[in-house]
Design a protein around this ligand. Structure first.
Ligand code: SDX
Length: 429
């Protein structure tokens, strides 16, 4: 039986070291014993962007980037998207199992009863300019919630964690809808407890003077499916932010705010908004070859394409692309879809993209659906942050329950100046 270990020879000293291999990894700390001499600190692993570093053990989400597989707690994303609901998936991510009927009903009721926010939230929402980006408002307001729930700091109290998680899942749509209503100068619409999670979100966004908002069931279902697809994605940038900030033992509202601002970046969750800007900038199918040329010359990125893990089709993009037609049957076809399809057709035949294994990711088609539903591009990343809150809190819980985890504090390789003495200004060159 081959030994689960590596034998390393340090050619600087001729010494040999045996490093155990577990779950396909070595422990980075096992490198520290490898020293070039008595004063040597010991070997570090250098990995900018964490291309090859596992920061945690996790049982939440499994991705096989080469095969284009995505599973939440072992359930294929295709089955969950087709047959589950976002709140059921949120429960699955957080608790590890699908809820039984009693648990699901209680969970849905709990979330429904926590959708309202403190009236004071309106006061500081008014402080934002009318054209403030909704993600900036969302991050600010979700962080502020930590001041309304000081008990959230009691992170080792499991009952407190449960109520904060419920508040976060419940209030993200409310805060998001309020940030949108603020941007269009409309009064805030109260939650309607008779509606489902996404129906109520649409109610808080689009209700005008009617007594009761009647959400379109096809759009509500499509949004629920989009929320399922965006709920978690293992150790992506924003989840890493959630875990890093959470490792300092701050409350979950503050950690979610950090995750939200990480998600806002155009290389991450902000890509869905950037895709729409790119499609609008291209303008027509005829301009696609010229744009592709720009990308290949390194002057532009094909937003919505490429992924650190997926070197095959992002399974979420496949589902979203298929769903687009159902939404367009209700909303009317988004003309930008033709440009997106032409971009995909050309890119998937071009060696520049094929050789780099660049395929459409979750953000390539989602914005087209959101725009057809009536959302402005500035709301697209907000629509990513709402469902991803379920993943962020699930990963945060796993962090707290992992006895191996400590405060995140990476090392560095110092390449700066050696010690030198201070020189008064008058004597400097
Ligand atoms: C999300 O991590 C997750 O799980 C994230 C996410 C989630 O659910 O949480 O899946 C959500 O963030 C999806 C990704 C959304 N971002 C975009 O669509 C922005 C465009 N994509 C790229 O910026 C890029 O593909 C990344 C950031 C997504 C991944 O980049 P990597 O892994 O750091 O790889 P890289 O930038 O080093 O790219 C490798 C090569 C480079 O070319 P060379 O230097 O080898 O010549 O591919 C090129 C890059 O220039 N490249 C692209 C490209 N993406 C990579 N060239 C053109 N267009 C692109 N989109």
């Amino acid at each position: 039986m081959p030994k689960e270990s590596l034998t390393i020879t340090d050619n600087r000293t001729g010494k040999q070291y045996e490093l155990p291999v577990s779950n396909g990894a070595i422990r980075a700390m096992d490198l520290r014993q490898i020293k070039s001499g008595p004063d040597d600190f010991g070997l570090l692993a250098y990995d900018p962007g964490f291309f090859n570093t596992a920061a945690c053990n996790s049982k939440i989400t499994y991705i096989d980037g080469d095969k284009g597989i995505l599973e939440y707690r072992g359930y294929p994303i295709e089955q969950l998207a087709e047959r589950s609901t976002f709140l059921e998936v949120a429960w699955l991510l957080i608790n590890g199992e699908l809820p039984n009927k009693k648990q699901l009903d209680a969970w849905v009721t709990d979330v429904t009863m926590h959708t309202m926010v403190h009236e004071n939230i309106k006061k500081f929402l008014e402080g934002f300019r009318y054209d403030a980006h909704p993600m900036g408002i969302l991050a600010g307001t979700v962080s502020a919630l930590s001041t309304f729930y000081p008990d959230a700091a009691d992170i080792f109290n499991s009952r407190s964690r449960e109520i904060q998680i419920c508040r976060l899942i419940a209030k993200m749509p409310t805060l998001s809808a309020m940030s949108y209503r603020h941007s269009v100068g409309m009064p805030y619409a109260l939650p309607d407890n008779q509606l489902s999670y996404t129906e109520n979100f649409l109610n808080m966004l689009w209700k005008v003077t009617e007594v009761t908002y009647k959400p379109n069931p096809i759009l509500a279902k499509a949004l629920d499916m989009l929320f399922i697809l965006h709920a978690d994605h293992e150790q992506n940038c924003s989840t890493t932010a959630m875990r890093c900030v959470g490792s300092s033992q701050v409350d979950p509202f503050s950690a979610v705010a950090a995750a939200a601002v990480a998600l806002h970046g155009p290389l991450h969750g902000g890509a869905n908004e950037a895709v729409l800007k790119m499609l609008a900038q291209i303008g027509s199918k005829e301009n696609v070859p010229a744009f592709i040329k720009e990308v290949k010359s390194g002057k532009d990125l094909l937003m919505g394409f490429g992924h650190r893990v997926y070197k095959n089709y992002d399974p979420r993009a496949t589902i979203i692309k298929r769903m687009a037609e159902q939404v367009f049957d209700v909303t009317g076809r988004n003309p930008l879809l033709d440009i997106a399809l032409e971009l995909e057709r050309i890119a998937l035949q071009d060696d520049y993209f094929v050789s780099r294994k660049l395929y459409p990711n979750v953000d390539f088609y989602s914005g087209l659906i959101y725009q057809a539903m009536g959302f402005p591009p500035s709301m697209f990343t907000v629509l990513f942050a709402i469902p991803r809150t379920a993943g962020w809190v699930a990963q945060w819980l796993e962090l707290l329950e992992d006895k191996e985890q400590k405060i995140a504090r990476p090392r560095q390789i110092y390449l700066g100046p050696k010690r030198r003495d201070y020189v008064p200004a008058e004597r400097r060159a």
